[in-house]
Design a protein around this ligand. Structure first.
Ligand code: SAH
Ligand code: SF4
Ligand code: F3S
Length: 468
């Protein structure tokens, strides 16, 4: 860990604090901020780090993007994510014309693509600060530079070995938190841009992870989500190597911590040791997100996933046998280059055999620079759309049937929020990740309660609390 760098950044925060204070005195009002997050849970956690720094230096949260400091933490995993950012930047430009004090910052995975930065430099001159995924810890320093310099502040690193710990973090939820256990990815699945924009795999030291979780628990957190692109390869590159299952067992010992989740598990690296650790644990949630991507062994090979249909199905069987109530979820890509109708039917076959509790289905998106983007046999849009619709229908039917399997039972539920549509209800999550809505109030948020699952309503339950 680089403690000098942490120290340096705290000095920048002090400096930034001075600038923010002066500006807000000049304007006679507090300066406001808004952090908008695209993409996955890694980005969500990174955004909590951005928010922590903005709060630390004196910005106040705004209701919306009509704020003095707006930052987009971007995603580029599919083209859609990219297009949304450009679209919304136009809107931000309009706000900036009305508020000359406005600062617009962009960071995250999209910024690691040189073409994106070129385009921003050319056609989006109103953006003030641009940085990437490897130097997010420098946020305070870049804010200071923006106060002191004219023109765009751009700082993108190609890769890094550094892990800078102990900077401010402002959590979105008081009772649950993401915890990075590793950064980057070494797998290079042929369709995926993540290894190019997140760099090589680096694991955090177990002591740092455990210290962070202990601190979180002392601060009221009962559930952690351990984050990594491939948590099953955790610890391989540490000075004292350690497996993911061993890390879980250490985290399990933390008193006051009630639930442990993690994502994502690459099927090729899921060990028997992990299955056993899950089966024997009181805290590890009975949920596994196990991305399939495709059910065709041929496509999986070209995807560079390094498992085949049979190996995946055998793994699922083993998991279900060891942990009968497990909730299984997945990611599936439709329309990968060269996918034939037979390949697609193999995917449908796996879906029918595994019976996922839920599945994220994606239309293949061509990402410049990945091997798959250069493949010749790209699939026509109408064929992909037809397959996507058929898959979605199957996935949803099974998901409803799978959700219903716990109807009538009593389950432990972590209350997360007041229900979006009915303020007399609260929404909570079961260990297997299913959602339950039941009568309750805000005082229950963050508590684990026993709930009777009265009725399954498709993808969720209506329940009632069981008095102890
Ligand atoms: N590390 C995780 C996935 C991270 S990206 C894993 O290996 O499972 C999240 C999901 O986005 C992937 O599981 C994949 O289904 C999807 N995805 C990634 N690249 C994609 C692309 N080019 N087109 C469509 N979907 C993609
Ligand atoms: Fe992308 Fe594959 Fe790495 Fe997941 S494991 S982030 S899909 S390259
Ligand atoms: Fe997107 Fe980056 Fe996550 S590309 S999915 S935000 S790692």
């Amino acid at each position: 860990m680089n403690t000098n760098e942490t120290q340096r950044q705290y000095e920048y925060m002090e400096k930034a604090k001075g600038y923010v204070k002066a500006k807000s005195e000049e304007l006679g009002r507090p300066l406001t901020y808004c952090v908008t997050t695209f993409g996955c849970q890694m980005n969500a956690r990174d955004s909590e780090k951005l928010t922590g720094i903005l709060e630390e230096i004196g910005y106040v949260a705004a209701e919306d993007e009509k704020a003095d400091f707006v930052i987009y933490n971007t995603c580029t995993v599919r083209e859609n994510a990219n297009l949304r950012v450009y679209g919304r930047l136009g809107v931000l430009h309009g706000y900036k014309k009305k508020n000359p004090n406005m600062t617009i910052a962009l960071c995250g995975c999209m910024m690691q693509e040189p073409e994106v930065v070129e385009k921003l430099k050319k056609s989006y001159r109103f953006v003030d600060i641009i940085f990437g995924t490897h130097n997010i810890f420098k946020f305070a320093e870049l804010i200071v530079r923006n106060f002191e310099e004219k023109g765009m502040v751009i700082d993108i690193w190609k890769d890094t070995q550094e892990i800078v710990e102990d900077l401010p973090i402002e959590r979105k939820y008081s009772f649950k938190s993401g915890v990075n256990i590793m950064f980057g990815c070494n797998n290079f699945c042929s369709y995926c841009i993540v290894p190019y924009v997140r760099g090589r795999e680096r694991s955090r030291n177990p002591e740092d992870i455990i210290a962070e979780i202990k601190k979180l628990v002392a601060d009221g957190v009962v559930e952690v989500m351990l984050l990594g692109q491939n948590v099953n390869s955790y610890g391989k590159n540490l000075e004292n190597p350690m497996t993911f299952a061993q890390l879980l067992q250490e985290i399990e010992k933390i008193e006051g911590l009630e639930r442990i989740r993690f994502m994502t598990s690459h099927p090729k690296d899921l060990s028997d040791e992990l299955i056993e650790a899950m089966a024997n644990s009181k805290k590890i949630c009975k949920h596994l997100h196990l991305p399939l991507q495709s059910g065709s062994s041929q496509i999986l090979k070209v995807m560079n996933r390094r498992y085949d249909k049979e190996k995946y199905l055998a793994l699922v069987e083993k998991i279900k046998k060891a942990i009968p109530d497990i909730g299984l979820t997945t990611d599936i890509i439709v329309g990968f280059p060269g996918e034939t109708e037979e390949d697609f039917l193999e995917t449908m076959d796996v879906v029918k055999k595994v019976r996922y509790d839920s599945a994220f289905t994606f239309i293949y998106s061509k990402r410049t620079g990945t091997p798959a983007a250069a493949m010749e046999n790209q699939i026509p849009e109408d064929v992909v759309k037809d397959r996507f619709d058929r898959l979605l229908k199957e996935v949803q039917t099974i998901s409803q049937e799978m959700t219903a399997r716990f109807e009538g039972t009593v389950q432990e539920v972590l209350v997360e929020d007041i229900n979006d549509h009915n303020a007399d209800l609260v929404t909570g999550r079961m260990s297997n990740n299913h959602l339950v809505h039941f009568p309750g109030d805000a005082s229950m948020i963050g508590k684990i309660v026993k709930v009777h699952l009265d009725e399954c309503k498709g993808f969720y339950y209506i329940g009632s609390i069981v008095e102890e």
